[in-house]
Design a protein around this ligand. Structure first.
Ligand SMILES: CC(=O)N[C@H]1[C@@H](OP(=O)(O)OP(=O)(O)OC[C@H]2O[C@@H](n3ccc(=O)[nH]c3=O)[C@H](O)[C@@H]2O)O[C@H](CO)[C@@H](O)[C@@H]1O
Ligand SMILES: C=C(OP(=O)(O)O)C(=O)O
Length: 421
């Protein structure tokens, strides 16, 4: 069966995509951006952490699990499940990881420093989205009594009094990672930490739910603040990872633009209210089941969106909105307020025939032009999946270089596609 996707050369990591409709049923996996945070939180306890609905197939998750093992944790993966234990090892506070780094090393540093008083981790990696600073992570650890410094390719922290001290953390922007790191660091700090202007989004609520099950005392006060009463120790936990809203949105958009018909199971309705409102207003036809969404193909209309904090449209979603807009007759406009100028992918889509230009911070797409397959490059994860979706609508073959980027955030893509055609 032609899955529409073939990894033609594993060594050069090129993915070949051809035109096809997506028809059938697909199950949304556990969320990358939740699973990674929960893995960092597993460092806060010496007791077992068991995660269900766990996306073992994701490249970033595999990197993270290996990092945990390097630190002294034992990892037992099974089907959509992982168990992390400490087995009497002394956990190392120096993550001497020689491979590709991930953004989550910042949270690993927060977890090591709050539990062991110190940590040393590779500088953060992750998608290159223009300037991606980590000054807020440094600021919050310093506010909690740590000294933080860089040493070559490593970021190091040490609690000056041996244990982090709770404090007020005022975030100037609703940073996802800085909110998560404050929660992680605050959970074992001495006293009460208040995070003002936090980013409250589904992945963060999932992290808080798990930590509270472990014995943490964290309360969310709307978008105003999150209060964390530090505790002496945290225990083991069994927890289920939330569904990946990015993956769910990908299949919904894929169904429309390939004129397909997909039932998306495990659809996180609550987490996608705003993006789905925009898409429904732009021609997406949906039918809601109990925990699934059926999306039928049809004519997409142009979109006008800006990205921002939850419940708004996540910056990660905008490359998919661009592909949606490219299929519609008319002009679509995108502005990314989270990562201004995150439009590198548009240049790659232009190679396939997408008619677009950038005007200051605005991306304008003149939709309705047919796309043609050619050789393009996945500049980051979401750029990669956007090219992949565009490839499903293009005449001829699309060859995506650096396709490993897609595997960072989409597991079992080939297998899922087999069920969709
Ligand atoms: C693993 C994970 O969950 N990654 C997500 C997380 O990234 P991440 O947590 O890195 O993103 P942030 O929410 O922190 O970034 C928001 C904005 O704050 C700025 N900033 C951030 C930290 C800092 O120390 N200093 C600073 O200036 C960033 O440059 C950006 O402009 O949220 C982003 C959206 O918000 C998503 O695109 C990423 O997929
Ligand atoms: C930007 C992303 O991830 P990371 O923060 O891990 O680079 C993403 O998931 O799109």
């Amino acid at each position: 069966m032609d899955s529409g996707l073939m990894n033609v050369a594993a060594d050069t990591n090129i993915m070949k995509v051809s035109k096809r409709k997506l028809v059938g049923t697909v199950q949304v996996s556990g969320a990358k951006n939740s699973a990674l945070r929960l893995l960092a939180a597993s460092l806060l306890t010496d007791e077992p952490v068991e995660l269900y609905n766990f996306p073992n197939g994701l490249l970033d998750v595999q990197v993270h699990l290996e990092m945990l093992m390097l630190l002294g944790k034992a990892v037992l993966p099974a089907d959509r499940y992982v168990k992390i234990t400490e087995d009497n090892y002394r956990i190392s506070t120096f993550l001497d990881w020689p491979g590709r780094s991930i953004r989550n090393t910042l949270l690993i540093l927060g977890a090591l420093t709050t539990r062991h008083g110190e940590g040393r981790v590779p500088l953060p990696g992750g998608c290159k989205l223009g300037e991606r600073k980590y000054d807020l992570h440094v600021m919050l650890l310093e506010r909690m009594g740590a000294e933080v410094w860089e040493e070559g390719n490593f970021l190091c922290a040490r609690a000056k009094s041996g244990r982090l001290q709770a404090n007020d953390i005022h975030l100037p922007i609703r940073s996802t990672g800085a909110t998560e790191n404050s929660i992680i660091a605050g959970s074992l700090a001495r006293g009460t930490t208040t995070v003002w202007n936090p980013h409250v989004r589904p992945e963060i609520l999932d992290l808080i739910r798990m930590l509270n099950k472990m014995g943490a005392r964290i309360t969310v006060h709307g978008q105003k603040c999150i209060v964390i009463h530090g505790v002496e120790r945290l225990g083991g936990v069994r927890h289920s990872v939330i569904a990946d809203n990015m993956e769910a949105l990908t299949w919904a958009i894929g169904s429309v633009i390939t004129d397909g018909d997909i039932e998306i199971q495990n659809f996180p309705f609550e987490d996608l209210m705003v993006p789905m409102t925009f898409l429904k207003e732009s021609g997406m036809k949906v039918f809601r089941g109990r925990d699934s969404l059926i999306v039928k193909g049809g004519a997409p209309y142009p979109v006008e969106i800006s990205t921002g904090s939850y419940p708004g449209i996540n910056s990660d979603m905008q490359p998919l909105f661009a592909v949606y807009g490219a299929q519609s007759s008319g002009e679509s406009k995108i502005v990314d307020l989270r990562f201004p100028g995150r439009y590198g992918y548009a240049g790659e889509l232009a190679k396939m025939g997408m008619d677009c230009f950038i005007d200051n911070d605005l991306l304008i797409i003149r939709g309705g032009k047919p796309l043609t397959g050619t050789r393009v490059k996945a500049l980051d994860l979401r750029a990669g999946i956007a090219l992949f979706m565009a490839g499903l609508t293009a005449e001829g073959e699309t060859l995506i270089e650096d396709a490993w980027q897609i595997e960072r955030g989409y597991e079992y893509l080939e297998k899922k596609l087999e069920n969709l055609g």
